[in-house]
Each structure stands twice: as structure tokens, then as C-alpha cells.
Design a protein around this ligand. Structure first.
Ligand code: ADP
Length: 625
């Protein structure tokens, strides 16, 4: 029979598994057991929702068999099974979720990360097997099929015999190599150990026929081998246990296996709630965003259980978007088993749980911010953007929930600070919260305006994410203090007399300034002198609601092409260039006009804005050289 080829991405992954140097090979068993458990859930749920009794609950089982002679390890379940198409689709490709991007991934050393990130599940069997057979019969089907593969060169699917619905996965364990002991996977004690380490909480019995040698009854020196079906797992879901009985390692293992992360969670929150609605919640904040977190493929949600039986894998309603990074589960006996998407939206209890969880997550984050700053900063660099989007979204309805969770890098020690910390350091004299936008902290520090504000002794928040300024605009004020973009026109740093002087200077040179403006052909709404530039010659300042940074962000969005900030070219009145312009205006107007163009182009470059006509700019500069 012709072999079918794996999809390209699966093939790469398969290849990686076969030649794996992954140090946690043991996890293959956890993956197969989890799949079996899911299959049992599906069968059970299917039966329940159709009102059928199906097979009795206590007949649902996972079985492990070891055969040393044929070097096989078998994992069987009587779950939902798979049809021929399902075998093809589920095991012929792993790229169901779409965007497996291997371009940057498969180099040495990144293996662990990939294996962890994609939760490759079934494929991990190839880390320890030279051949894998999957015999499966779907529930409600009278045909069974055998899927078989020895690795990258493809797989076959053919009809086969099987009585009961379910799946039997047979692994032909590899021979030992110099560096690797595979024989151990044919030892009952190894299997027992792996199951109790990784799969103890699985809610179906995992059975293994354990052999032991016993003194034969009635004799004193004759021994016999007794085979006894033994349940390897305790079946108590982790979240049902008492907090003080669970070690950090157990939580971490549970998290890693259940939510496909190669790393431990940054924070674990385990809570039991009694009241209007009773539930257990086990929540995790990951250390880093999953690979698809910032894509539209990402789906938020918590697993939903009722009485230990899973009823939904990703219940979106339980998490607000701004906490979408939280992973975990909720188990409540108060929910009905056959809750569906439609009834869910109206489910009052679910809303109550969601509201409580939101409060809980918020207070845990606040706690972390207060007493574990280092981890909070890690958290914020992974997920802070999400909080800022949350603040901005829905016309800011959640701003009060989120405003105290935000961090911004500050000119003060260049460390992340909260708005509260910023405001607490403000002096009498300082009326407003200063911020500046740019691609990086370093670039913002180089802005001429930054110098000016810092010279006054004021702290500046450095905003480097696209969403930052939008979030602050949505916030409008914090503890009665407004926000001021230091690159906007209303930066009010001068004393009254300085203001007077500047006003006069601008009036006296009104003709020159409007000539310069005309030379720029509508690019700026005005040209004027300023006091705020210390040693720098020029800057670009925005006026009105839209800042330069907002123009940049919006114009990169679909439909945002027309976004334009109103800008003013400001020239340092103390700088030599101011005098040069004044004299050129009387002596050589043509040159003054060229100077205006050069200065405008330079102010754009400083502001991180591209110049409209770089060729003209170069020609003009060269003309002067
Ligand atoms: P994942 O479990 O992450 O979806 P896997 O590669 O482990 O990925 O499995 C792929 C799919 O194959 C599963 O989603 C499931 O639909 C199917 N599958 C795997 N093992 C079984 C099993 N024992 N019984 C029924 N279906 C299974």
C-alpha cells in the first residue's frame, strides 16, 4: 500500500521528535494519557448530551500494557475513537491550529521551546518509538482502522478489526543507544513513576498489570509471579486537593502538561469560593506570551468543569480581554453539564464567576506589584500591552480597574514606574504629568524637548508602545493631574517674563516667520521661536488632539492613511541659526527659504518622522557644503 506523506510542517516536527535530544522524553506518556483522557471525556459528554447512558461511568478506563518480548508499550482507551478521516486529519498533520512557523525555530537549542510551545502531543511518541500503530474505532461507527508510521517517510491507514469503540496506541520502543536508555520504558516501575509524576490527577483510572513475585502459599521457599491489575493514579483532580497538600512543583507540572508551556508559570492562583455560587478556580499567569498570543488566532478562555467533568475547553466568557493571558480552569458543581454556547451567554452563575475571577486576578496582580516588583515587571513586559489595550478599549470603561496596574519607563532612574509613584514625586511647581513618545527609550532621551523638561527637574514618562498615548488620552487625568506630551505645543515651561519676551520676539519677527512658513508649502501650520530647546536648534511640535506619535500609529493602520497631526516648526531663539535666518531674510531670501526646508527636514528626522522629499533635502545640504 502506498504511503501517505505527512504535511510539510508535521514532517519537520516528526523529524525533530525522532532525533530528539529533548531531555524530558518521559512526557510522551503524559501526552498519550492526556489524549486518552480527552477522548473519554468526549465520549462521556457526547453520551450525556444526547441523553444516552453510554457505557457506565466506571467502565471508562485507560490501560497500559508492557510486552518486553516484542518491545511494545501500549496505551488503550475506550473513548470516542477516531474515524479514518480523523486519523488522517489528526495524526497526518499537526498544523491544525494554522501558523506553525518553523523559520526561526528549529536551530539547535530551541528544540525544547518548540516542543513546549506547540504541545506536539501525539508526535512525542516518536521520541521513544521506532514505529507507532494506532488502532481506532470511533463511537457510533462499525468500522475500525489502523494507522501506522515509522517516521518521516509517511504513514498508512487501512481497515482493521476492533470490537469496542476506542483507541489502542502501540509503541515499538527503540533499542538502547550509547547515550540513551530506552529499555526503561518497558519497565513497570518506570511507567508507574512517570504516571504518578505527570498524570496522577487524570480522572479516569490508569491501569497497569503489575507483576510481583510472592511466596507461594503453603510453601516456605517457593515463589510465584502474581499479576495484579493496579491503578497507577489517584484520580483526584489537583484543584480539588487542599492547597497545603500541593507542592509548587506539582502546580508547575500540572500547568506545563495541561497548558502546553515549557516553562513554569509566573504566578499560580488557587482559590475555593463558596457563596452565591461555589467553585474551585486554578489560574496561572504564564511567564511569556504563547507564540500566537498577539495574533488573531489566539483564543482566550478558561477550561470549565462541573464536578470534575470538563464541559468546555475554552470558556471565553470567564475572562475579560485584558486578562486574556490567564490560563486555567474553573470547576463548579452549580453549573449544568450540558451548558451550550447559546445558554452560556445568559448563564447568570457564569457571569458571577467571571466577575469574581476578574476581581481576584486584579487583586493578585496588585499584590504582586506591591510585594514582588521584580516578577511584576517581568509580567508587565510580557503582557502589559494587553492591559493598555484594555484601558483604551470600549471607550475606557475599564480604566479604573486598570490604571494602577500600568507601568511606564520613566526618566527617573530609567525604571518602570506606576502613575501613582510618578504623581507622588511631583513637586508643587509641577502641574502636569509629562510624557514623550518614541520608538525606544534611547531615542526619546535624545529628543531636544526631553532635555528641556528634565532640565527643569521634571520627570518624563517614556512611551514606547503604539498604544501608550492612546491609553493615556483615554485616561484623561490621573489623581487630578493632566497629561502633557512634551512634543506638543502646550508645553508650558517658561516663567511669565520669559513668556513675555518670547511673545515680543515672535511679534517682531512675524514677517520672517510667515515667510519661512510659506517656504514650507503647507507642511507646517506655523514657524515660531521658542525658549525650550537649550542647545538644540529646532524641533517639531504638534498642536491639537493628534500628536506626531498618534499620526504615525494611525497612518500605519488600515483606513488611517489620512491621519495628519497639525505641526509647528519651532526654532531656538538663543541658537545661532536664529540670527542667521534673520540676516538672510534681508540679504538673501532665496537662501532663507532653502534654510527653512533644511531645518524642517531636520526637525522631522529628530521627531522620528520620515521626510517627504529626501532627495531635495540632500541636494540642499550639499549645495551648502
Ligand atoms: P492535541 O492533543 O494537542 O490536539 P495531539 O497531536 O496529541 O494534539 O492529538 C491530535 C488529535 O488526535 C487530538 O486532538 C485528538 O482529536 C486526536 N487523538 C489523539 N489521541 C486520541 C485518542 N486516544 N482518542 C481519540 N482521539 C485522539
Amino acid at each position: 500500500m502506498a504511503k501517505k506523506q505527512f504535511k510539510a510542517e508535521s514532517k519537520k516536527l516528526m523529524d525533530m521528535m525522532i532525533n530528539s535530544i529533548y531531555t524530558h522524553k518521559d512526557i510522551f506518556l503524559r501526552e498519550l494519557i492526556s489524549n486518552a483522557s480527552d477522548a473519554l471525556d468526549k465520549r462521556y459528554y457526547h453520551a450525556m448530551s444526547k441523553g444516552e447512558s453510554g457505557i457506565a461511568r466506571d467502565e471508562y478506563k485507560i490501560r497500559i500494557d508492557i510486552d518486553k518480548e516484542s518491545r511494545t508499550l501500549t496505551v488503550s482507551d475506550n473513548g470516542c475513537g477516531m474515524t479514518a478521516e480523523e486519523l488522517e486529519n489528526n495524526l497526518g498533520t499537526i498544523a491544525k491550529s494554522g501558523s506553525l512557523d518553523f523559520k526561526s525555530g528549529v536551530e539547535k537549542g530551541s528544540e525544547v521551546e518548540i516542543i513546549g510551545q506547540f504541545g506536539v502531543g501525539f508526535y512525542s511518541a516518536f521520541m521513544v518509538s521506532e514505529r507507532v500503530c494506532v488502532l481506532s474505532k470511533a463511537q457510533d461507527s462499525d468500522k475500525a482502522y489502523l494507522w501506522e508510521s515509522s517516521g518521516v517517510d509517511g504513514y498508512t491507514v487501512k481497515e482493521a478489526e476492533k470490537n469496542e469503540a476506542g483507541t489502542v496506541i502501540t509503541l515499538y520502543i527503540k533499542a538502547n543507544t550509547e547515550n540513551e536508555n530506552y529499555d526503561k520504558y518497558l519497565e513497570q516501575y518506570t511507567i508507574q513513576e512517570i504516571v504518578s509524576k505527570y498524570s496522577d490527577y487524570i480522572r479516569y483510572p490508569i491501569m497497569l498489570n503489575m507483576e510481583r513475585t510472592e511466596l507461594k502459599e503453603g510453601t516456605e521457599d517457593e515463589y510465584e509471579t502474581v499479576i495484579e491489575p493496579t491503578q497507577l493514579n489517584s484520580m483526584v483532580p489537583l484543584w480539588r486537593k487542599n492547597k497545603n497538600e500541593i507542592t509548587a512543583e506539582e502546580y508547575a507540572e500540572f500547568y506545563k502538561s495541561k497548558f502546553y508551556d515549557y516553562d513554569e508559570p509566573l504566578k499560580t492562583v488557587h482559590s475555593k469560593t463558596e457563596g452565591q455560587v461555589s467553585y474551585d478556580a486554578l489560574l496561572f499567569i504564564p511567564k511569556h506570551p504563547p507564540f500566537d498570543y498577539y495574533t488573531k488566532d489566539f483564543k482566550k478562555g478558561l477550561q470549565l468543569y462541573t464536578n470534575g467533568v470538563v464541559i468546555m475547553d475554552k470558556c471565553e466568557e470567564l475572562l475579560p480581554d485584558y486578562f486574556s493571558f490567564v490560563k486555567g480552569l474553573v470547576d463548579s458543581a452549580d453549573l449544568t453539564l450540558n451548558i451550550s454556547r447559546e445558554t452560556l451567554q445568559h448563564d447568570h452563575l457564569l457571569k458571577v464567576i467571571a466577575k469574581n475571577l476578574e476581581k481576584k486576578i486584579k487583586s493578585e496582580l496588585e499584590k504582586m506589584l506591591k510585594s514582588d516588583r521584580e516578577n511584576y515587571e517581568k509580567f508587565f513586559s510580557a503582557f502589559g500591552v494587553q492591559l493598555k489595550y484594555g484601558l483604551y478599549a470600549d471607550y475606557g470603561v475599564n480604566k479604573d480597574t486598570l490604571k494602577d496596574l500600568l507601568l511606564f519607563t520613566s526618566s527617573f532612574e530609567k525604571k518602570p514606574v506606576t502613575l501613582k509613584e510618578y504623581v507622588s514625586r511631583m513637586t508643587e511647581e509641577q502641574k502636569t504629568i509629562y510624557y514623550a513618545c518614541g520608538e525606544t527609550v534611547d531615542k526619546i532621551e535624545l529628543l531636544p524637548q526631553t532635555d528641556a523638561v528634565k532640565a527643569k527637574g521634571f520627570e518624563v514618562l517614556y512611551l514606547t508602545d503604539d498604544v501608550d498615548e492612546f491609553a493615556l488620552k483615554m485616561l484623561f487625568e490621573y489623581e487630578g493631574k493632566s497629561f502633557t506630551n512634551i512634543c506638543a505645543g502646550n508645553l508650558d515651561l517658561d516663567s511669565e517674563s520669559e513668556k513675555e519676551e518670547l511673545k515680543k520676539e515672535n511679534e517682531d519677527n512675524a514677517e520672517l516667520l510667515s515667510f519661512l512658513k510659506e517656504s514650507l508649502d503647507g507642511a507646517v501650520s506655523a514657524v515660531r521661536f521658542t525658549n525650550k530647546l537649550k542647545n538644540h536648534p529646532v524641533c517639531l511640535t504638534s498642536e491639537g488632539m493628534m500628536s506626531l506619535e498618534m499620526e504615525k500609529v494611525l497612518s500605519n493602520m488600515p483606513g488611517g492613511e489620512g491621519a495628519k497631526a497639525t505641526v509647528v516648526l519651532e526654532i531656538n531663539r538663543e541658537h545661532k541659526i536664529a540670527d542667521t535666518l534673520k540676516s538672510l531674510y534681508t540679504e538673501d531670501k532665496d537662501k532663507a527659504s532653502k534654510y527653512a526646508k533644511i531645518l524642517y527636514a531636520q526637525s522631522c528626522l529628530i521627531a522620528g518622522k520620515s521626510i517627504d522629499n529626501p532627495t531635495e533635502y540632500c541636494d540642499l545640504v550639499c549645495e551648502l557644503m
